[in-house]
Design a protein around this ligand. Structure first.
Ligand SMILES: [Zn+2]
Length: 196
């Protein structure tokens, strides 16, 4: 199996997981909670097991680690027309074929890492698409968007997306009053009458 990690690779993985301060997902949850938003975690009935599920807003939030999900790195994964990966970016989300600022792929065993991250991206896209097809809004928040400097701006954008989607969901169904209805039916009646 190509997926088996060497001790060096495992060490690298562990160094990426530990010692990073507050978990990115936790930062998002804390912000939402502080601002009065309520959510559910690990909802199994929602496809792709999003990190945060907000049923009221029919929104699924994924908090992605930049390394594992290959932020700004493009390995030829079809995005299925859903550009959720850049919806919160201030700068234009230019995808790079090589390592990006926040996803530096090790040169050692490069192929291993490229394959791993590419598979993660493919799985992400499938999940996002499935949710989208079921009427869910998908919001992807990247780890690098949650630094003390960027978190407020990022979360305000998330808030905007939530509320926009909420409004779209609860828009009253407008039944347009057809002003032509009366004259047409009268005309039809007259026509009918004349034929008799
Ligand atoms: Zn990033």
């Amino acid at each position: 199996m190509t997926d088996k990690m060497t001790p060096a690779q495992r060490h690298y993985v562990m160094s990426r997981i530990h010692g990073k301060g507050t978990k990115p997902e936790l930062k998002v949850r804390q912000w939402l909670w502080r601002h009065g938003y309520r959510y559910r975690l690990n909802v199994k009935s929602v496809p792709g097991k999003p990190d945060i599920v907000m049923r009221r807003y029919r929104t699924a939030i994924f908090v992605n680690g930049c390394f594992w999900h290959g932020h700004f790195v493009h390995f030829g994964v079809e995005s299925l027309g859903l550009r959720v990966e850049s919806q919160l970016e201030v700068e234009s989300g230019v995808l790079k074929v090589d390592s990006s600022q926040c996803c530096k792929i090790p040169q050692t065993n490069r192929e291993f890492w490229v394959n791993k991250i590419k598979r993660n991206q493919e799985r992400d896209q499938r999940n996002y698409q499935m949710l989208h097809d079921n009427g869910w809004q998908v919001i992807v928040i990247w780890e690098c968007q949650l630094t003390p400097k960027r978190i407020e701006e990022t979360m305000l954008r998330v808030e905007l997306l939530l509320n926009e989607h909420f409004l779209a969901l609860h828009q009253p169904k407008v039944i347009p009053y057809n002003v032509q209805e009366m004259p047409i039916s009268i005309a039809a009646e007259e026509e009918h009458y004349e034929k008799r």
